[in-house]
Design a binder for this molecule. Structure first.
Ligand SMILES: Cc1cc2nc3c(=O)[nH]c(=O)nc-3n(C[C@H](O)[C@H](O)[C@H](O)COP(=O)(O)O)c2cc1C
Length: 313
């Protein structure tokens, strides 16, 4: 996830363990062949995570997408993920992300070209499309499979969408029915019961967690390994995140990325918005760290369900 799934956050997730694969922030395929991993803000990884890390790319030119995928394979990543899901205006205007769901033949050409270029696992992330009808996405899923995709991640919402209306998990079942490759369901899985319900409703093979992994970075370990967090887990996570961001980014960017993280991390709390303001009223990481101690000192009350749309709904 852009601004969230960076190298520092992934190190935090790895600390708690339990996660199968991690996906990078989406990277521009055009820029990727020229990126320097030590100075790039997004194409940046730890050697020890590469074997379970999938690098996501966006773009609209099959040749450029194939070249980017080739570099990803050469760098030793687990796999490549093509983004046909993002409906952010800037990305769609540039012909990338969900915009390609309007031109299925081009989307399939991209999958074909990337498949030819690499032998590592190839994932495609996509969504319902631009109308609330599961059929075009189901047809496209089959064409992605035929073009050589190894697995699909499906987010059953129409574009554009700010994640305020619930996703239609039954559409994940339509995708699952139309292919024989693994399908990962995605969208609004915030607790273990959601997780079980998504499996039951859709028959999907796995689940891709987004925002809940930011709100509860130990979530994989909790749901898979039965990890039970201590009462000070939020303070620990926030401090660890601040340290990791300082380790990988220059100070201004580190502070900005901490604030982006906090928008979802504070979603777990009853007065998350107010607490966010207290935490993030700062222009340096030192002040943020002082705020972390103040905000979490009295163990603020958790909400019964995280409010993931605190800043977008
Ligand atoms: C801030 C933000 C950035 C995102 N960036 C990406 C991205 O770069 N690539 C992608 O495939 N999805 C991205 N997403 C979408 C999520 O991967 C996911 O599909 C969506 O949030 C629904 O899943 P969730 O309810 O588990 O969060 C982003 C979501 C958010 C909130």
């Amino acid at each position: 996830m852009t601004g969230l799934g960076h190298i520092a956050f992934r190190e935090l997730i790895s600390h708690f363990k339990g996660c199968g694969l991690l996906f990078s922030e989406m990277c521009s395929a055009k820029a990727l062949p020229y990126e320097n991993r030590y100075t790039s803000s997004v194409f940046k990884w730890r050697d020890e995570e590469a074997s379970s890390l999938v690098c996501q790319i966006f773009g609209h030119d099959p040749t450029i997408m194939a070249a980017a995928a080739g570099r990803i394979e050469n760098e030793g990543f687990f796999g490549v993920d093509i983004n046909f899901g993002c409906s952010v205006a800037d990305i769609c205007r540039r012909g990338g992300g969900a915009e390609l769901l309007k031109t299925p033949a081009l989307a399939v050409n991209i999958v074909t070209a990337v498949r030819k270029a690499v032998s590592v696992p190839l994932f495609v992330k996509f969504r319902t499309g631009w109308t609330d009808d599961p059929q075009p996405a189901s047809d496209l899923a089959k064409r992605f499979e035929d073009a050589g995709a190894d697995a699909l991640t499906f987010h059953p919402r129409v574009a554009p969408d700010r994640r305020s209306r619930p996703p239609k998990w039954e559409y994940i079942g339509n995708i699952k029915q139309s292919v024989s490759i693994p399908v990962f369901g995605n969208g609004d899985v915030f607790d273990i019961n959601d997780c079980k319900r998504m499996f039951d409703i859709s028959g999907c093979d796995g689940i891709a967690l987004g925002r809940i992994a930011v709100a509860q970075p130990w979530v994989f370990s909790a749901w898979i390994n039965g990890f039970t967090p201590e009462a000070d887990i939020h303070m620990e996570c926030a401090l660890r995140t601040a340290d990791l961001l300082e380790k990988y980014y220059e100070p201004t960017r580190a502070v900005k990325l901490f604030k982006d993280f906090a928008k979802y991390f504070m979603a777990s709390f009853k007065f998350g918005h107010t607490l966010y303001n207290r935490l993030c009223r700062a222009d340096s990481m030192d002040i943020i760290k002082e705020n972390i101690h103040i905000v979490f000192h009295n163990t603020p009350e958790l909400a019964s369900r995280p409010n993931m749309n605190m800043f977008t709904g």
